[in-house]
Design a protein around this ligand. Structure first.
Ligand SMILES: [Zn+2]
Ligand SMILES: [Zn+2]
Length: 83
């Protein structure tokens, strides 16, 4: 009977441990930073090219870039180049 309990213990340990390991590896994968697909890793706003302002069409005036709110940083990654 002792053998039965030993086998049961191993089985229970596996059932508890295996999903935990799978979740842990998935979690690590999600946390890995990936290159921003908007700016391609440069961190610059794609609308204004990182300047923070855009030249208004037909005039010499420069207007604040709406996409990055004038910061010049990519709105997707915040200027890190990674997400
Ligand atoms: Zn911008
Ligand atoms: Zn970006």
């Amino acid at each position: 009977m002792k053998k039965f309990f030993a086998a049961l213990l191993v089985l229970v340990t596996l059932v508890i441990a295996v999903p935990g390991l799978v979740n842990a590896s998935n979690w690590t994968k999600e946390q890995e930073p990936t290159t921003c697909w908007i700016c391609g890793g440069s961190g610059s706003c794609s609308s204004c090219g990182g300047k923070g302002y855009v030249e208004e069409y037909g005039s010499d005036e420069e207007a604040k870039c709406e996409d990055c709110n004038g910061t010049g940083n990519c709105s997707n990654c915040g200027g890190n180049g990674e997400v």
